[in-house]
Ligand binder design. Structure first.
Ligand code: F6P
Length: 548
């Protein structure tokens, strides 16, 4: 038993789980007409109904006790204060400084992070406005009409998914094309539609060492020069965002075209930095600043609200409740808004790259499960794909339903129908359908007793499936910023309880190293084929270009 699982709160939660395991949400709602009212929260323009969770007042109290026993609030305050909480890389964690609108200094290893951020935002604003006003143009003097944004992981998901979410706010005079994968198809499919003379290439890489991004940028540069553009025009058409400015300059990007990011910003937390330039180029700097303001509003809530009234804390603790006390291996995010269709993929990297860890900060093996698999998609599509498993599958898969109350595209009854599906799914997951209800339904359809006996069991749904419902008035830059910050802090809270470092990602290094070795084999005149038999065999097949 580890120190964590020996804590009084952990032990009490384990006993509490045994005590309420058989309690059905149907009964909890029947016993307390005010349940929905009591287990609801408002913060930063969001409304959370968490009443359809497997919880009682005691559950919430014990989860908050666990957060206090594991020092979540102290670590939160240390994060905001710029203390070195990323212990394996010796760095502060200050993505919150990126959207801080105040004038106080935020010390980050001797730098004033807030001042650095303000200076960079000012540079970003000038750049974006000069592109929009046609003061920055291509080498023929033509305005930029297209941006190719090259980056991967946090240097791709944030810009792309937030841009998609803010589609109603896009300018009409600029398009952005996102390229991440090393698969040449990804880049080729974009470039073949573009005019190099009017294309701005924005390369984003915190490390400036990521193979996919460097290779894609080199290929984009070749495309640009092959079009007849002079080498001297590179400086006008290529911009970089990186924490590694010297490497960007060595790559051939002028210093004044390199927008800095910092070691104290993790890639999966970086959309608020210059990594978010594609967003600002598409929606304008005012809307980008509104995105920052929404996130800051959630930061303020997270910093100040008591745990019992703290939206990120409760969502993080409830996620952990299912992971560690209901053996839930995955959690699903269902966005009932087409513009938010990419959010589950965003939260996948955010949460799984942060909390997919097997040791704690001291390097000791974890005695409990940590980060769950995050998956999901847009509603109502998922209802015709994987909701069957949510309703009648085995195990507990907690679900977050996200629904703006107003649509950007009010079309007949569509939004009411979308909303009715969202709310009904949370209700069906909670209620389920009993054997008696199934039999009555079949009897009402005139089936014989034998037919009812044969079919009823297949129509029973256990219910008692937990869900959160998150509402906002409308999906705007502000509410989007608050929503993403909410999930960042939800991830933080879980990592803090587990005592893991949520801000490094050593697990991705081995694949990169082995990938380079395999690439050398694929391209060698005489490969050594000294790998394991499977890999060697696969290399051989790739080299021959066809299956034997
Ligand atoms: O390999 C994982 C990762 O480091 C992510 O954490 C990061 O967002 C992505 O690769 C891209 O890294 P970079 O911005 O340094 O190119």
């Amino acid at each position: 038993m580890s120190a964590l699982t020996a804590l009084p709160a952990w032990q009490a939660l384990s006993q509490h789980r045994d005590a309420i395991q058989a309690t059905h949400l149907r009964d909890l709602f029947a016993q307390d007409p005010k349940r929905a009212e009591r287990f609801a929260l408002k913060a930063a323009g969001l409304y959370l109904d968490y009443s359809k969770n497997r919880l009682t007042d005691d559950t919430v109290a014990l989860l908050c006790q666990l957060a206090r026993e594991t020092g979540v609030e102290a670590l939160r305050d240390a994060m905001f204060a710029g203390e070195v909480i990323n212990n394996t890389e010796g760095r502060p964690v200050l993505h919150t400084a990126l959207r801080y609108r105040g004038n106080d200094a935020i010390s980050a290893q001797g730098e004033d992070a807030a001042a650095e951020v303000r200076a960079t935002l000012k540079r970003m604003k000038t750049f974006v406005e000069r592109v929009h006003q046609g003061q920055l143009t291509g080498y023929t003097g033509e305005r930029f009409t297209d941006v190719v944004s090259i980056g991967i992981g946090g240097s791709f998901l944030g810009p792309k998914i937030m841009s998609e979410a803010l589609r109603p706010y896009w300018r009409a005079d600029l398009r952005c094309h996102f390229v991440a994968n090393i698969d040449g198809t990804a880049l080729a499919e974009k470039l073949k539609k573009l005019d190099p003379k009017r294309t701005l290439v924005l390369m984003s890489s915190k490390s400036f060492t990521t193979q996919e991004t460097l290779t894609n940028t080199e290929s984009a540069r070749a495309w640009f020069l092959d079009s007849g553009a002079p080498e001297s025009a590179i400086g006008q058409h290529f911009v970089a965002v990186s924490a590694n400015v010297p490497a960007a300059e060595a790559f051939g990007i002028k210093a004044e075209n390199v927008y800095p990011m910092w070691d104290w910003v993790g890639g999966r937390y970086s959309l608020w930095s210059a990594i978010g330039l594609p967003i600002a180029l598409l929606v304008g700097f005012d809307h980008f600043e509104a995105l920052l303001a929404g996130a800051e509003a959630m930061d303020t809530h997270f910093r100040t609200a008591p745990l019992e009234q703290n939206m990120p804390a409760l969502m993080g603790l409830l996620s952990l409740w299912y992971t560690n006390f209901f053996d839930s291996g995955s959690q699903v995010i269902l966005t009932y808004d087409h513009y938010l269709r990419g959010l589950p993929a965003y939260v996948q990297q955010l949460d799984m790259e942060s909390n997919g860890k097997g040791v704690d900060k001291a390097g000791q093996p974890m005695a409990c499960a940590t980060g769950p698999v995050i998956w999901g998609g847009e509603g109502t599509n998922g209802q015709h794909a994987y909701h069957q498993l949510l309703h009648q599958g085995s195990g507990v898969i907690p679900a977050d339903f996200i629904l703006p109350l107003q649509s950007h595209n009010p079309l007949g009854r569509h939004h009411a129908m979308l909303a009715s599906n969202c709310l009904a799914q949370t209700q069906a997951l909670m209620l389920g359908k009993t054997q008696a209800e199934a039999e009555a339904e079949l009897a009402g359809k005139g089936l014989s007793d034998d037919e009812i006996t044969a079919l009823a069991r297949h129509k029973v749904m256990p219910g008692n499936k937990p869900s959160n419902t998150l509402l906002m008035d409308k999906l705007t830059p502000e509410t989007l910023g608050a929503l993403v910050a909410l999930y960042e802090h939800r991830t933080f809270v879980q990592g803090a309880v587990w005592g893991i470092n949520s801000f490094d990602q050593w697990g991705v290094e081995l694949g990169k190293v082995l990938g380079n070795a395999v690439l050398a084999e694929l391209e060698a005149e005489q490969p050594k084929l000294d790998q394991d038999a499977s890999t060697a065999g696969l290399i051989r097949l790739f080299r021959q270009g066809q299956i034997d």
